[in-house]
Structures are given as structure tokens and as C-alpha cells.
Design a protein around this ligand. Structure first.
Ligand SMILES: [Zn+2]
Ligand SMILES: [Zn+2]
Length: 394
């Protein structure tokens, strides 16, 4: 396995080149035409097979077909950027007001490198590897759009891996690999509750029905779903980020609206919290002579790594990089990742690639205008993708 890491190091200049080019042309959300065109151009140049464009918008897929029979492994790389004005001062910094401030430029570059490495190893490769270049991770729309457009079929993807580089988990230093068994990131849901009353004069509340009082009560009541109804050992977040209602000091409003997010780590808790939000909001409103209309929008599910698959990846990564470089992540985060849609369908694992080096001044968090990565860590990411593809069916 050391060989694939050596091969990856030999193409490090090319990996850096891909990353820097993508870094200069950041694009947002589902609208990533230049990014897609560049990825397609580079895949064609290296001779990847069955390159498909416009999957769920600007998603791209490509195959590397091994000469031995076997299953299909998906390698997913997200490649969208953020609405942040870059302040790194790097020679290849973005000038269009957007920025790759989460490292997705590096994800795409590492996946491209893995494709190149595997194309050179087709004789040893069993089965097929399907590379999935996904837009719109940041707004968690891209994975679902690509899946709905059939990216997991023809050929059917049997298992999938993905990575996140950077410093999302502080304990994973540069050149280290983080693995996590079970829940790693949260389901990301959004809800809107409209409390409906009856408008009237502020001086005659008894002739009106006040939705602001309902809302104030519900904001506090909803928190008790977590503090009084869930096990203290079961993590969940309920944040109300917006309240809107009323127009003047002496008018009782018709409606008052709250909007919030729910984060949970397992499907049972997720369904429970949704049901309780509906009930609590409605009962609070009814108790105060009003009504509540609840809209609950399910985003990506919790990211849950398959245990057997993760064990296999952990053993492989230790063989490639050394056991001391592979660390188990202690705690999940309540942030979300739409790779979860893929991992809900097939077994797989999402791992962390330590990509920020404080000794090189890379001390800024993800989504910061000064966020940067250590390009010397990229060959490791490429080798992890390619090497695992060569090994996972053994
Ligand atoms: Zn991000
Ligand atoms: Zn990210």
C-alpha cells in the first residue's frame, strides 16, 4: 500500500495545480458550470471512462473500470464554495467575491488525483470506481439532486466513501486521519410555525387573540421537548433563529412566525422531535384561543458511518499512513453533511483528512476569509481514496 502513497506524491504538483485552479474559480450552490467544465476537461485528459455531465444540475460522474471483476465503489467529492470575500493574500486567491473557504477545492483535486492513480492501476483494480463530483454541499441540496437524477445507478454503486479535509475536528492534525463509528454529523431540519390569532386594538386584548403571546410561550415550551422529554444522553438541538410578528405598538397582530432548525443524531429522535414540535405548538396556540400551522422540512439525515465498513477503512488507513496517524473521533458535531444521503442508501464511511497546519499559519476555521490548507497533505487524501478502492473487496 505504500506504493500508492509514493505514486500520489509523484503527482503532487498536479494535485496542487488542480486545487489552485479550482480555488480561483469558486462557484456557489447548484450553479457550478465552470467547476464542472474544468473537472470534465481534466477527466477527459487523463482518460477516465463514461464521463457524465449535468447530473442533477452541474454534477459530474466518471468511471475507472478495473480489469478484474468486482463491485462498484463510489468516491464522492463535493466542489462548491461560499459567499465569502477571500482575505488569504494567496497568489491564486479568488477575485470574484466568492471563496473556497471549506476546502471543497481540495476534495475535488484529491478525487481527480485518485482517478489518475487508479487509471494507472487498472490491471490490479477489481470492479469499478465511480467518481461523483457534487455541487451544493453547503446548502445541502447537491447530493439529493444527483441521487434523484440517477447517479447511484448504471452502474449501481455498492458502497461509498468521502472525506472532509481541514480542521473541523481539532484533534485531527495535518497528515492525520479521523474515523468515526456510527453517528458523525447531525440531520439538518428546518421548521416554520405560524401562530394565528385575531388582530385588534392594543387596548382591548379581550376582543382580539394575541399571536405574540402564543409565540413567546411556545418558544420556551419547545425547549422543554429537549430538556424534559429526551434522554439527557441523547443529543439534539432546537434553535429558533427568527421571530417575526406585529407592526405597531398599539396593534395586536394577526400572525406571528417563528423559524428554526432541529439537529439530531438518529432517525428515532428526529421523528420524535418533529412530532412533538407539531403537538406543542398546536396545543400552546389552542390553549390561548389561536391556531398554529407547522411546516417541517426534512434536510439531510444524520451522517451514520457503517461500522464494518469503517473498521475496514480504519485498518487500511493504518496500513497506508501508520496506525499512529489514524485517530478515532470522540464526538460527532451537530453540523450537517449531505453525503449522509448517499450513506443512507449504501454502506460506507466518511472520514476526516487533517489538512490545516498551524505551523504554516493555517489557524483559521472553516468559512473564515483567511481559511487555508496545507497542500503537502493532499497526496495522502488521494492515496486514501485510490488505495482503498484497490483494497476494499479483499
Ligand atoms: Zn463548509
Ligand atoms: Zn465543507
Amino acid at each position: 500500500m505504500q506504493r500508492i502513497l509514493e505514486e500520489a506524491k509523484k503527482i503532487s504538483e498536479e494535485i496542487t495545480g488542480w486545487r489552485r485552479h479550482l480555488h480561483e474559480i469558486p462557484e456557489l450552490g447548484l450553479e457550478t458550470p465552470k467547476t464542472a467544465a474544468y473537472i470534465v476537461q481534466e477527466l477527459k485528459k487523463m482518460g477516465a471512462e463514461d464521463i457524465r455531465e449535468h447530473i442533477g444540475g452541474w454534477g459530474v460522474s466518471a468511471l475507472v473500470k478495473g480489469e478484474k471483476p468486482g463491485k462498484t465503489l463510489g468516491i464522492r467529492a463535493d466542489c462548491d464554495a461560499l459567499p465569502i470575500k477571500e482575505e488569504t493574500g494567496l497568489p491564486f486567491a479568488s477575485k470574484n467575491g466568492l471563496m473556497h473557504a471549506c476546502g471543497h477545492d481540495a476534495h475535488a483535486a484529491m478525487a481527480l488525483s485518485a482517478a489518475k492513480l487508479l487509471l494507472a492501476s487498472k490491471a490490479e483494480l477489481a470492479g469499478t470506481v465511480k467518481f461523483i463530483f457534487q455541487p451544493a454541499e453547503e446548502n445541502v441540496q447537491g447530493a439529493k439532486a444527483m441521487i434523484d437524477d440517477g447517479v447511484m445507478e448504471n452502474p449501481h454503486v455498492d458502497a461509498l466513501i468521502g472525506l472532509h479535509t481541514g480542521c473541523l475536528w481539532k484533534e485531527i492534525g495535518p497528515g492525520e486521519i479521523g474515523v468515526r463509528f456510527g453517528s458523525m454529523m447531525a440531520a439538518v431540519d428546518r421548521f416554520v410555525v405560524t401562530f394565528k390569532g385575531k388582530g385588534g386594538h392594543g387596548a382591548t386584548p379581550h376582543l382580539a387573540v394575541d399571536p405574540v403571546t402564543m409565540t413567546a410561550t411556545a418558544v420556551l415550551e419547545l425547549q422543554t421537548i429537549l430538556s424534559r422529554e429526551l434522554s439527557p444522553l441523547d443529543s439534539a438541538v432546537l434553535t429558533i433563529g427568527r421571530i417575526e410578528g406585529g407592526r405597531a405598538f398599539n396593534i395586536i397582530a394577526e400572525n406571528c412566525v417563528i423559524e428554526g432548525t432541529v439537529r439530531t443524531l438518529n432517525p428515532t429522535t428526529r421523528a420524535f422531535v418533529e412530532e412533538r414540535i407539531r403537538t406543542v405548538a398546536s396545543r400552546v396556540a389552542e390553549g390561548m384561543r389561536g391556531d398554529a400551522e407547522v411546516a417541517y422540512e426534512a434536510g439531510p439525515p444524520a451522517l451514520i458511518n457503517n461500522a464494518d465498513f469503517t473498521r475496514k477503512f480504519q485498518a487500511f488507513a493504518a496500513g497506508l499512513a501508520g496506525a499512529e496517524k489514524v485517530k478515532e473521533i470522540g464526538e460527532p458535531t451537530m453540523g450537517g453533511e449531505d453525503v449522509a444521503y448517499f450513506l443512507e442508501m449504501v454502506p460506507g464511511t466518511f472520514f476526516v483528512h487533517g489538512g490545516c497546519n498551524p505551523e504554516k499559519g493555517q489557524v483559521y476555521p472553516h468559512h473564515n476569509p483567511k481559511f487555508d490548507l496545507d497542500e503537502e497533505t493532499f497526496p495522502l487524501g488521494a492515496a486514501l481514496f485510490a488505495g482503498f478502492a484497490l483494497n476494499w473487496q479483499n
